[in-house]
Design a protein around this ligand. Structure first.
Ligand code: ATP
Length: 427
C-alpha cells in the first residue's frame, strides 16, 4: 500500500507516548497536549523518537518519550509520510515497574506461572528489537486488533466466527516467545482506552507435569481460577502465554501409550478444557508457541485463527539484527577509536544498495564497515536470531584487547566468529 494522496484517506499512524514513572498527569491531558504539539509541527513521519519540545513545561515534566511507530506498513521504497498525509493516533501509557510476580507455592515445587502487569518495563523496546520480513509483526497486530474489535462490537459468533488464539511456530531461537510477549505489550498500549488494565500470565507447561502429578490437577485448577477472576473484570485485558504447546500433546500421547502415569493425561485434559472455557471470554487472548513446524495434535491449537510461521532470519533481517548490536556497542563506548565514533550511524539494509552503488559519495570508513557488516550477515546464514544476538559478545571475547576497539577490526573478528559458529551447527 502506498501513501494516500487525498486528505480523506489520511493514514493512521500510531504515536506512543510513555509517561515518566513519577508522572501523575491525566492521560487525556497528555494526549491532547501531544496532539497539539504534533499539529504545530510539520513533521515527516518515520519510525523513531520525536524530541519532547524543551519549552513545553507540561510535556517535559510528564513525558519520558514520544515515539512514532510502525509506519513501515505504509511506506515503501523510501517514501516519506508527510504531516498532511497522516492522522496521528496518540497512545499514552505508563510502564509498570512491578516486575514479574511468580506464583510461589512455597513447597519446593517449580512455579506454574509468571504474571506481569502490562505494559511492563521489562518488555519495553522488545517489539522494535525483533526483526522479521514481510510484515509478520504488522499482520499479527492487525489480526489481534480485529479480533478484539469484533468482540467489542458484539459481532455474533454464530454468524461470523473468529477466535483469539495465536500460534507461532518455527525453529528454536527465532524469537517466538519474545514476539508473543512483545505483541501483548503492544496491544496493551494500543487498547488502553478500552482496557485500562492488562495482564500477561505465562504458564509454565513443563512444571504442570512435575513429579508431583497428584498435585498437578490442583495446580491447573488454581491457576485457571485465578485467570477466570481476572477475566471477569471487564476492563481487564488478559493474555495467557503457553510456550511449547507440543509438550502437552506429547504428554497426552505418552499417557495413552502407557509410558507416563495416567495422571498426566488428566492434567492435559484439564488444561485443554479450561482453555476451551476461557476462549469464550471476550477479553482474553491466548498466545501459544511451538518448535514443531508440522501439525500439532491439540484440539484447541487446531482452531487457532492466527497461525504464523516464524522462520530463521533472512539476509536482510540478519544484517539489521547485527547492525542494531553494533550500534549498541558503539553507543556504550565498547567500540570506539576515533572521534565522533558515537555519532556513527550505519545505513539500514534498504539504503545499503544505493550506498554501495555510489561509493564515490560515501565516507570511506562507513562504506568499508557496511561491506564488512554485510559479509558478516552473509556468513551467518542458518544461525538463529538468538545466536545472532550472542555473536557480538563472542566476537568481543575473542579480541586481544577488550577496550576501545576499532569497529572495523571488531567486524573482522565477527566474521571469523560467525564462520566458527556456523561450522558447529548440526547438519
Ligand atoms: N528475528 C529476530 N530479530 C531479533 N532478535 C531475535 C530474532 N529472533 C530471535 N531473536 C533474539 O533471540 C532471543 C530468543 O528468542 P525466544 O526465546 O523468544 O525464541 P523462541 O523462538 O521462543 O525460542 P525457543 O523456542 O527455543 O524458546 C530473543 O530475545 C531475541 O533477542
Amino acid at each position: 500500500m502506498s501513501a494516500p494522496i487525498f486528505p480523506q484517506d489520511k493514514v493512521l499512524v500510531s504515536v506512543e507516548v510513555s509517561l515518566k514513572p513519577s508522572s501523575t498527569a491525566r492521560i487525556d491531558d497528555v494526549r491532547s497536549a501531544v496532539e497539539r504539539m504534533l499539529e504545530k509541527r510539520s513533521l515527516s513521519y518515520t519510525d523513531g523518537p520525536v524530541p519532547v519540545p524543551p519549552d513545553d513545561q507540561f510535556l517535559t515534566e510528564n513525558v519520558q518519550r514520544i515515539c512514532i511507530c510502525d509506519t513501515d506498513e505504509w511506506v515503501q521504497n523510501h517514501e516519506i509520510l508527510l504531516f498532511w498525509q497522516v492522522k496521528p493516533v496518540v497512545h499514552v501509557f505508563q510502564l509498570s515497574e512491578e516486575g514479574a510476580c511468580e506464583d510461589v507455592s512455597g513447597d519446593g515445587q517449580p512455579s506454574t506461572f509468571n504474571e506481569w502487569i502490562l505494559p511492563a518495563k521489562e518488555f519495553d523496546g522488545m517489539w522494535e528489537s525483533l526483526i522479521y520480513e514481510s510484515g509478520l509483526k504488522q499482520r499479527l497486530l492487525r489480526y489481534a486488533a480485529s479480533a478484539l474489535l469484533f468482540t467489542e462490537k458484539g459481532v455474533n459468533p454464530f454468524l461470523v466466527s473468529w477466535n483469539r488464539i495465536v500460534l507461532l511456530h518455527g525453529p528454536p531461537g527465532t524469537g517466538k516467545t519474545s514476539l508473543c510477549k512483545a505483541l501483548a505489550q503492544k496491544l496493551s498500549i494500543r487498547f488502553n482506552s478500552r482496557y485500562p488494565q492488562c495482564q500477561l500470565i505465562e504458564v509454565n507447561a513443563h512444571s504442570l507435569f512435575s513429579k508431583w502429578f497428584s498435585e498437578s490437577g490442583k495446580l491447573v485448577a488454581k491457576l485457571f481460577q485465578k485467570i477466570q477472576e481476572m477475566v471477569e473484570e471487564e476492563n481487564n485485558l488478559v493474555f495467557v502465554l503457553i510456550d511449547e504447546v507440543e509438550s502437552l500433546a506429547a504428554a497426552r500421547k505418552a499417557a495413552l501409550s502407557g509410558s507416563e502415569p495416567s495422571d498426566s493425561i488428566r492434567v492435559v485434559n484439564a488444561l485443554l478444557t479450561q482453555l476451551d472455557k476461557l476462549k469464550s471470554a471476550p477479553n482474553v487472548i491466548i498466545l501459544t508457541t511451538s518448535n514443531i513446524t508440522a501439525a500439532i495434535d491439540i484440539a484447541f491449537v487446531d482452531r487457532a485463527d492466527i497461525k504464523a510461521y516464524v522462520g530463521p532470519p533472512t539476509l536482510q533481517a540478519r544484517y539489521e539484527i547485527l547492525r542494531s548490536c553494533l550500534q549498541e556497542l558503539i553507543r556504550t563506548g565498547i567500540l570506539s577509536n576515533f572521534e565522533d565514533c558515537e555519532s556513527l550511524m550505519l545505513p539500514n539494509y534498504g539504503s545499503l544498495k544505493e550506498k554501495l552503488n555510489m561509493p564515490e559519495v560515501q565516507d570511506a570508513r562507513t562504506l568499508h564497515m557496511c561491506k564488512q557488516l554485510l559479509e558478516t550477515a552473509e556468513a551467518c546464514e542458518g544461525l538463529s536470531g538468538r545466536s545472532l544476538r550472542k555473536l557480538p559478545f563472542l566476537g568481543h571475547a575473542a579480541l586481544a584487547s577488550p577496550y576501545g576497539c576499532d569497529p572495523s577490526k571488531f567486524l573482522s573478528t565477527m566474521i571469523d566468529t560467525a564462520r566458527r559458529e556456523r561450522s558447529e551447527l548440526p547438519d
